[in-house]
Write a protein that binds this ligand. Structure first.
Ligand SMILES: *Cc1c(COP(=O)(O)O)cnc(C)c1O
Length: 364
């Protein structure tokens, strides 16, 4: 099958060694070999992000949304509420999860093309004493906006709220000082900036939050953080994990530590800068102001007369997979992500292919 350069925000192109790791021997998840593999992955995650002393890692077999759902259902006590600071499709997803579980919800929606209003959030926290968890998306993948993680962390600390951060598309790609951000439940996944294979996601839970989670009446069996953490700590996962995905995650985490989180951030940042110079040179316009840009996604307006489908197909024919806009941005933008093992050469070839495709579509 043809190999594509993936410019979608995960699953990403991975290193050959990460893919090959999938072919390790068959293994029973109730044997000490697997227990070592899983606890090793947890240790490496905590080490890579410098949070060994303050956080625990708990894994879920499932995509990023699985760990996100676990974080939501395990953190809000009965009769209490979650405030969702929502400026995009993924913020809305957190709200939807809460709604489906009948969890008290305050959905603070704001303009998708801007960062949220911190004062408005504080006003709500002050007024409503039932709020016990504040949730936000770190990097809104639908627009490429980097949200104010530290400011909201400060609010949570000041008002003594648990801070739930969907960092699924940011962890490994954006700066995150856990101590300064005061994050209690940080949700991540294997197949974005961690550069692993899809199938496993995780929550990094602060030790100070653990007793609070224990006090929450369980809403779910599979997604109960406390229960899963207890099992995983003893090397006894409650349910059958995606064993082979852990092999490749372990390898991906070795690679992450070799490169260093700061090294990876720098690589992504440089690649984004190179791409953006090319986008500007091609006359493309950004959806959001550049000051909000993350290191890994650029949302671009479709030029007049160019449809997403045509652009997508023209680029795919040359080996590049781009990504559409979501919800109300579906017909007006396209996205280029630069997560994963994309080289400078790949990026330069993409820019050439993009320019020639736009020309053919008669952009302008
Ligand atoms: C990718 C992503 C998710 C999870 O998506 P899955 O398809 O379940 O992996 C959640 N939040 C954000 C911000 C994301 O980028």
């Amino acid at each position: 099958m043809r190999r594509y350069i993936l410019l979608n925000p995960g699953p990403v192109n991975v290193k050959e060694s990460v893919r090959k790791a999938l072919l390790a021997p068959d293994m029973c998840h109730r044997e000490p070999e697997f227990s070592r593999l899983m606890t090793g992955c947890a240790k490496k995650l905590l080490l890579a992000f410098g949070i060994t002393g303050t956080h625990k890692a708990v894994f879920f077999t499932g995509s990023g949304t699985a760990a996100l759902e676990a974080a939501v259902v395990s953190s809000v006590p009965q009769g209490k509420k979650i405030l969702v600071i929502n400026n995009g499709v993924y913020g809305e997803r957190i709200a939807e999860i809460a709604g489906r579980h009948g969890i008290g919800l305050i959905n603070l929606k704001s303009d998708m093309t801007k960062t949220p209003d911190i004062n408005a959030a504080e006003e709500i926290i002050r007024r409503d004493k039932d709020i016990s968890v504040v949730a936000m998306v770190h990097h809104e993948t639908s627009t490429g906006i980097l949200n104010p993680v530290y400011e909201i962390g400060r609010l949570c600390k000041k008002h003594n709220k648990l801070y739930l951060l969907d960092s699924i598309s940011a962890l490994g790609g954006e700066d995150l000082d856990f101590r300064r951000a005061n994050v209690d439940l940080c949700v991540g996944t294997a197949n974005k900036c961690i550069e692993g294979i899809p199938g496993v996601s995780f929550v990094l839970v602060s030790k100070r939050a653990l007793p609070k989670l224990k006090g929450v009446h369980p809403r779910s069996l599979y997604f109960d953080i406390s229960l899963n953490l207890e099992g995983q700590k003893k090397g006894e996962p409650l349910f059958t994990p995606a064993v082979q995905i852990f092999y490749s995650l372990d390898c991906a985490l070795d690679e992450l530590m070799k490169e260093g989180v700061q090294g990876r951030i720098k690589r992504y940042k440089n690649l984004a800068a190179l791409l953006r110079k090319g986008f500007e040179g091609a006359g493309l316009k950004y959806l959001i102001e550049p000051k909000y840009h993350s290191n890994t996604i650029t949302a671009l307006r479709l030029p007049k007369g160019v449809t997403y489908d045509k652009l997508h197909d023209a680029l795919k024919a040359k080996g590049f997979v781009i990504y559409a806009g979501q919800s109300k941005l579906k017909r007006t933008i396209f996205r280029i992500a630069n997560m994963g093992r994309i080289t400078v050469n790949d990026a330069c070839r993409l820019l050439m292919a993009l320019k020639s495709a736009l020309k053919k579509e008669g952009a302008g």
